[in-house]
Structure formats: C-alpha cells, structure tokens
Write a protein that binds this ligand. Structure first.
Ligand code: SAM
Ligand code: SF4
Ligand code: SF4
Length: 347
C-alpha cells in the first residue's frame, strides 16, 4: 500500500481534508437513461450534449491528471456518462497508466460495451472495474435504465471482465424504495457466490432533474437488516482513510458487501475526491454548483505551474459538505440550488 506516500506534500482544504482521488468524467453521453440520473424525458433526442471540440482531448486529460497527481491524488477513476462511449478510451487508459504516482486506475461502467472493450482496457493497464447493476430482475432493471438493456447484457459484460482477470469486481446498485428493494437480497446472494462485492448506494438527490424524494430513499441500515436475515453479516473495518463505503462481511467468511450512505450517514468529513468534468472543469463536490475551468487557461497557453496554482487554490478554498447539510435545507432551498448533474461529473 502506498496510499500514504504523499501525505506530507498533499494539499489540504479548509477542513484539513487531503486531495487523494480524482474522478474523471470523459463524456456527458450515455447509452442508458436511468431515471435517477438521466431521465429520458429530459435527455431526449433534442438534448444538446457537448460538442466534441468542447471536450478535453486525451492529451489534455493526461496532462491535467499528471498535474493533479503531483498535488497528491493517488487514485484515478474514469466515469461519465458512460466512459466506454468515448471513442478509443483504452488509449486514455494507457496514457494515465504511465503517469508516475498513480497507485490505482479504475473505471465505473454500465458494462453494455464491455465485452468488446475489455481486452484493450486490460492491455492498456486498467486495474479495477466497478460495474453498475441495480437488480437481477429483468423488468425492474429495464425500468431502472430507461428500457435500454436487459440484465443479460450486463452479465455478459461481467463475465468478460472475469475472464480478463478483473476480480473481485465491485457491483454498484442504486437502491430505490418501492422500485428494487424487494430484489436486493437476491443480488447480494448472486454476487456473493461469484466472489464480487455489491455496493448498495442510497438514492441521492444529485442534480436537479431526477425528481428525488426522501421517501424513495431506503436507508442503508435497512438494507443491512434485509441481507442479514438471510445471510448473516458483521461490520468490518474500513480499508483506508476516506473510503466511502461501510463494509460488512458475511459471517460465513465468504465475501462482503458495501453500503454507500450519502443520505443517512454522510461522510463529507473524510471526502478526498476531486472531479474533472468532460469539458475540463474541476468540482470539489458531487453536489457542487460551480466548477473551475482548467480547459480555458490550458488552451490559452497556461504552464503546468500556472494550472497547478489554480488547482491548489481551488482545493484550499474547498468547504463543501453538502450531504451533511442536506437535512438542514428546506425542500425549496434544495431545489433552488443548481447542482451539477451526475452524468456530468460521474458518481
Ligand atoms: N455510466 C456509468 C455507470 O452507470 O456505471 C458511470 C457513471 S454513473 C453516473 C456512476 C454511478 O453513479 C453508477 O453506479 C450509478 O448507479 C450511480 N448513480 C447515478 N445516479 C445516482 C443517484 N441519483 N443516486 C445514487 N447513485 C447514482
Ligand atoms: Fe448512464 Fe450511468 Fe447515469 Fe445510468 S447511471 S444514465 S448508465 S451515466
Ligand atoms: Fe464529498 Fe460533497 Fe459527497 Fe460530501 S457531499 S462526501 S463533500 S462529494
């Protein structure tokens, strides 16, 4: 483990949180229309996605990543939108894998295109994969991805990942009360048998477009209780500082699950993540309202040192802790806040 290597030189924000992770959203496009993220009625045919010239090129992403890694980030995750929709994504993976100081290079994907991409990703140096799958019930799954794919497609992607040696996988499942809560135990059981780690994510009010309501959130404590009845669990210690998932191990010693409880048990106090959007803005919170452009200065000819200064200034000024204050906001205040959308900066 070399997570601590940069501790002394790492940048800290106003709450003394170091910069450790960088999430890079490589595209704002997606082949799914999960209603909790990109509802089809808003992201329809007429929706204007970013035109290509506005997206960071791979060279630009690699350069910014190198600078951000020098400032303390150790773990890199590619996300989106759907990262596999970005043409030639494996070339970016290869460029990032070469950067000195990157201790972990991962991707979050819906797996739809994974069978055709997996070998190239592996060869390029991708280390870990998180695959999103909310349920094994085909009808429920279609409802949760806007009717774009059946469970079998994702399972094919998972099989391809296993074959390429990505194991254990993390399987992200968004939990929505009244939608997939009756299928969670089955999901846990299925992936326990295959040695993968399901991470149940509380449905969050990211962006302003998913019509989030608190009564659709099933608290993680209830998820743990549901699974525990069938397959007894015990709490497990965290792996590292800033880990977002609470871990529970199966008492039979065979595997674990994770709970990401952004709504009921916020973890802002140890949040070490910076996000880079497809058009080159950095955000210091998933629920941020305003990004800081790195693309504009970069394209205007800024040096690495000048870009580094913008990055460190932005991190030092960081005081975000949205999930901790969410409960204090009135519904009107929450809705007024113009947050960045999830598909824009990734989960
Ligand atoms: N398209 C890829 C995927 O779905 O894996 C990567 C991007 S997606 C925005 C990253 C993660 O965020 C996914 O696991 C998704 O389920 C999760 N997510 C999206 N909207 C969410 C919401 N409103 N609440 C909780 N998690 C959400
Ligand atoms: Fe696409 Fe992922 Fe958002 Fe679903 S969660 S719409 S797959 S970006
Ligand atoms: Fe980090 Fe913002 Fe999420 Fe808090 S709400 S954990 S600061 S991303």
């Amino acid at each position: 483990m070399i997570w601590h290597r940069h501790t002394h030189m790492a940048l800290h924000d106003r709450f003394a949180r170091p910069l450790r992770d960088l999430r890079i959203s490589v595209t704002d496009r997606c082949n799914f229309r999960c209603p909790y993220c990109m509802p089809a009625e808003i992201f329809g045919e007429r929706y204007k996605f970013l035109p290509k010239p506005q997206l960071l090129t791979f060279e630009e992403i690699a350069r910014l990543t190198r600078i951000i890694v020098r400032q303390g980030a150790l773990k890199i995750r590619l996300t989106g939108g759907e990262p596999l929709l970005r043409q030639g994504i494996e070339e970016l993976v290869a460029m990032l894998a070469e950067i000195d100081g990157v201790a972990d290079l991962a991707m979050t994907t819906n797996a739809f295109l994974l069978p055709q991409k997996i070998d190239a990703l592996k060869a390029a140096g991708l280390q870990r994969l998180t695959i999103s799958l909310d349920t094994l019930d085909d009808a429920v799954f279609r409802q949760m991805n806007g009717g774009r794919a059946g469970v079998d497609k994702v399972l094919e992607g998972i099989a391809a990942a296993e074959q390429a040696g990505f194991s254990p996988l993390k399987i992200n499942a968004v939990v929505q009360r009244g939608t997939n809560d009756h299928t969670l135990v089955e999901l846990a059981r299925f992936f326990k048998a295959r040695g993968h780690i399901v991470r149940f994510i509380e449905y969050m009010d990211v962006g302003n477009r998913n019509g989030w309501r608190m009564d659709q959130v099933l608290p993680s404590s209830e998820v743990v209780a549901l699974v525990d009845v069938e397959m007894p669990l015990k709490p497990a210690p965290g792996n590292y500082y800033g880990e977002v998932a609470q871990r529970y191990q199966y008492r039979d010693g065979e595997g674990e699950i994770g709970l990401i409880s952004s709504v009921t048990q916020p973890f802002c106090g140890a949040c070490t993540r910076m996000r880079l959007s497809p058009e080159g803005q950095i955000f210091t919170c998933l629920f941020g309202t305003k990004g800081t452009s790195l693309r504009d200065p970069l394209r205007a000819g800024a040096s690495d040192d000048e870009l580094a200064a913008i990055i460190s200034r932005t991190w030092r000024a960081r005081s975000d802790r949205y999930s901790e204050i969410r409960g204090l906001l009135t519904e009107a205040a929450r809705e007024e806040r113009r947050k960045v959308e999830m598909y824009h900066i990734g989960g």
